[in-house]
Design a protein around this ligand. Structure first.
Ligand SMILES: *Cc1c(COP(=O)(O)O)cnc(C)c1O
Length: 342
């Protein structure tokens, strides 16, 4: 039996032998005392990549987002984000649970919102309304099928935030996919965002972890919030070593994932049983099956060929490319897609 070809997410990757070697070789210490040299190095390196002052290594992107929201909001205030944002849809209502804040949802286009929509979403100073205290963008957008913002788009939204004195957070779970697609410099991001969350365990291939980046005083408070959430970890340097390895070796190769995703999108487009493929901008392929095709039948068919994909909405399927795929696997996927009979 061949190994499974897992397209459910880019979170499914396992550490490569070279990454494992880096993990075994590293130095560790107690991070609650800030004495883990590898965690410290990862935090400083991640921050420097984005031109930020400081970083905080956390177990998940959900935690880095939730800590950031906690830092920027107060109870009775509000976060502006797109309707399909991860922070709203996939973080278990954590904004209410952790921050007692409200959410102002904007209907965007493929997960992206405009400066005008942000401006219109800011509440007037009126006792009836929650105080608008944060705007959060997602780049790339998961639900948008890996769509991304360009720097000029980000700059325009940031300008609206600046004029209204509202901080701007980035859920950059897949920000490197956006940066590889645009060729933009991550250093520029620090001009526009107050805080940035970056996942190491998505396309970059680390087993665990995300970074929260921002100004030093804010990251010091973030470390206390992380501790209160039970996230004060000890010899986490073994995991941080994987993150460092990922940042130093696995960014540029994301282009391979994008090319493979584009190829799968093209093959799907050419079948009779797929009615729509969202534009494939990065490593996520979202497509809609014809009404007569039962998505569970399609998923089971793929499973029979050793291929895993996920349902992603009514009639929608998601496939995500990542660094544990090979050219041979891509060929197997293409053959399976082309052989499906509805
Ligand atoms: C995966 C993801 C996160 C964080 O997820 P964790 O599983 O908690 O690490 C945040 N935002 C987006 C857009 C994501 O895709």
């Amino acid at each position: 039996m061949n190994p499974l070809i897992d397209l459910r997410s880019d979170t499914v990757t396992k550490p490569s032998p070279a990454m494992l070697e880096a993990m075994f070789q590293t130095q560790v210490g107690d991070d609650v005392y800030s004495e883990d040299p590898t965690v410290n190095e990862l935090q400083a390196y991640g921050a420097s990549l984005f031109g930020m002052e400081a970083g905080l290594f956390c177990p998940s992107g959900t935690m880095t987002n939730q800590i950031a929201i906690k830092l920027h909001t107060q109870p009775l205030s509000e976060v502006i984000c797109e309707r399909t944002s991860h922070i709203y849809l996939y973080e278990v209502g954590g904004i209410a649970f952790n921050s007692a804040a409200s959410v102002h949802l904007i209907q965007g286009t493929r997960g992206k919102i405009t400066p005008q929509q942000v401006a219109d979403g800011i509440n007037p100073d009126n006792i009836h309304h929650p105080v608008t205290s944060l705007v959060s963008l997602e780049n790339t957008s998961n639900k948008g099928g890996g769509s991304y913002y360009t720097l000029p788009e980000i700059a325009a939204i940031s300008e609206v935030c600046r004029q209204n004195n509202i901080p701007l957070h980035l859920d950059g779970a897949r920000v490197f996919n956006a940066l590889v697609a645009t060729g933009e410099n991550p250093q520029e991001y620090s001009r526009y965002f107050n805080t940035i969350s970056v996942c190491l365990s998505k396309g970059l291939g680390a087993p665990v972890g995300s970074l929260l980046l921002g100004p030093k005083p804010l990251i010091e408070i973030a470390k206390r919030v992380r501790k209160a959430l039970g996230g004060g970890w000890r010899q986490a340097g073994f995991l941080a070593a994987a993150g460092l390895y990922a940042l130093k070796n696995n960014i540029q190769r994301l282009q391979i994932d994008h090319d493979r995703a584009a190829l799968l999108g093209k093959v799907l487009q050419e079948t009779s049983y797929v009615v729509e493929v969202l534009p494939v901008d990065t490593n996520i392929v979202i497509f809609t099956l014809a009404p007569e095709v039962n998505p569970n039948v399609f998923i089971s068919y793929l499973e029979g060929k050793g291929i895993l994909a996920s349902t992603f909405g009514p009639q929608q399927i998601r496939m995500v490319t990542h660094l544990d795929l090979t050219d041979a696997m891509i060929l197997e996927i293409i053959t399976a897609i082309q052989s499906f009979k509805d």
